[in-house]
Design a protein around this ligand. Structure first.
Ligand code: SAM
Ligand code: SF4
Length: 409
């Protein structure tokens, strides 16, 4: 979501006549588009603001704006007192930035003419903003607001424009995309409609309470949908899931995964897990390890709990000591990597059609993605957005390695 917002901001300021530079010292205007979901993101922003203040004193940078989720949080007032910042904006009023850079104000936050792309071949399409859940640990509903679903016609219109303009891969975006509803239509209806128009489709992020079997089956059946599901579980313990207000039990999550694995046996499954949420016991942790083993995730984002001011979890008793959090983190990581490595080994020897995401670097290797959603390093000079065929020669826990590509595909 942040990458997509940054792309739109970049397009907006380029329209105002600015050129993009790579180093702060070459910039007149710097916009820090921020994340607030964990404390380490805030620490990094403070580091950048300190450096920008120094460059400002030396007369090298003239103006600084802070946008995104920190801008929408109370913390931004303290940052404003400490650092020299000209403009602070949250997530809903990015259009005010237009005025700041000298463009007419745009009242629309969905701006189809500013799709924000990775070079055009690949585009994000926001289908909903905000979130109606209140997970104990999460600041997102505070900084992004309640869920607003974008009308189906508007999404389809943007996808049609993108595809007509040469985009070959569309990713539907939102905090809980599968909660999307509009005028009697549900997420699966939208996904199916988009998969009829775009040659390649993916979506993120989904919430287990909203994920319908129909959607899981559509992933398996439709050949334009990438068979990759990101379904954050957070914990394998029913007790912790309740404390977190996730709204499902581990058993229901397991059943969803069974449906997905049956629908797309070759597909990839990833998740988010938080270790060290207040009150997490050794027994809770064991249950998470068991769930990780049962679901055999192909990858996982594992987070150490980070208290966010204003969330319920920040005030809960039962802080887990750092050393315990670290050990649990490594145990979950090891379990995920073992499963992923074993599953990836099964791909070795097979031939795959690979979508090129990033063109080759000096070593001649490009980074691509199979229809099963595996990341692949492949020897090819094919440009991003093209497909190649290649044989998988080896596999690690995070990526597959293919040989020489056949570009005649
Ligand atoms: N909406 C998505 C969902 O519910 O699955 C995820 C949104 S959040 C930006 C991405 C991930 O960050 C979450 O799934 C969670 O694992 C992690 N996260 C959020 N708040 C956190 C916190 N306070 N400490 C550690 N991890 C956190
Ligand atoms: Fe945060 Fe996701 Fe929970 Fe919403 S559903 S509160 S974004 S973790």
């Amino acid at each position: 979501m942040n990458v997509h917002d940054s792309d739109r901001i970049r397009r907006m300021i380029q329209d105002a006549g600015y050129a993009e530079v790579q180093r702060y010292e070459d910039a007149d205007l710097v916009i820090l588009n921020t994340c607030y979901v964990r404390e380490n993101a805030v620490d990094r922003v403070k580091g950048h603001l300190g450096e920008l203040n120094r460059l400002r004193r030396e007369g090298r940078v003239k103006r600084v704006a802070l946008t995104g989720c920190i801008g929408a949080a109370e913390e931004s007032a303290a940052l404003r007192r400490t650092y020299d910042i000209d403009l602070v904006l949250g997530t809903h009023n990015t259009y005010e930035l237009a005025e700041f850079v000298g463009l007419p104000t745009m009242q629309e936050t969905y701006t189809p003419e500013l799709p924000g792309t990775e070079g055009g071949h690949n585009a994000f399409v926001t289908i909903m903003t905000g979130c109606n859940y209140q997970c104990s640990y999460c600041i997102v509903p505070t900084v992004r607001g309640r869920m607003v679903c974008r009308p189906m016609g508007s999404v389809i219109g943007e996808v049609e424009n993108l595809v007509a303009g040469g985009t070959g891969y569309v990713t539907l975006l939102g905090q809980t995309v599968d909660a999307w509803r509009h005028e009697g239509k549900r997420f699966c209806d939208l996904l199916e409609a988009v998969s009829e128009i775009a040659p390649r489709v993916w979506f993120t992020t989904s919430h287990p309470s909203n994920m319908e079997d129909r959607t899981l089956k559509a992933i398996g059946e439709r050949n334009t949908i990438v068979k990759r599901l990101h379904l954050p579980v957070q914990s394998g313990s029913d007790r912790m899931l309740k404390v977190m207000h996730r709204g499902y039990k581990a058993e229901r999550y397991r059943r969803k995964i069974e449906v997905f694995r049956e629908a797309a046996p070759d597909g990839t499954l990833s998740t988010d897990i938080i270790v060290g949420h207040p009150g997490e016991t050794e027994e809770d942790h064991e249950q998470t390890l068991r769930l990780v083993e049962d679901c055999a995730f192909d990858s996982a984002y594992i987070f150490k709990f980070s208290p966010r001011r204003g969330t319920e979890a920040a005030t809960l008793p039962g802080t887990v000591p750092d050393a315990v959090v670290q050990r649990r983190f490594l145990e979950v990581l090891r379990q995920v990597e073992q499963n992923a490595f074993t599953r990836n080994q099964r791909k070795v020897g097979g031939e795959e059609q690979i979508y090129i995401r990033h063109g080759s670097t000096e070593d001649g290797k490009a980074i691509g993605e199979t229809w099963s959603g595996h990341a692949v390093h492949v020897n090819t000079d094919a440009a991003p957005g093209n497909y190649v065929r290649a044989r998988i020669e080896s596999a690690g826990p995070h990526v597959l390695y293919a040989g020489e590509a056949d570009t005649s595909v």
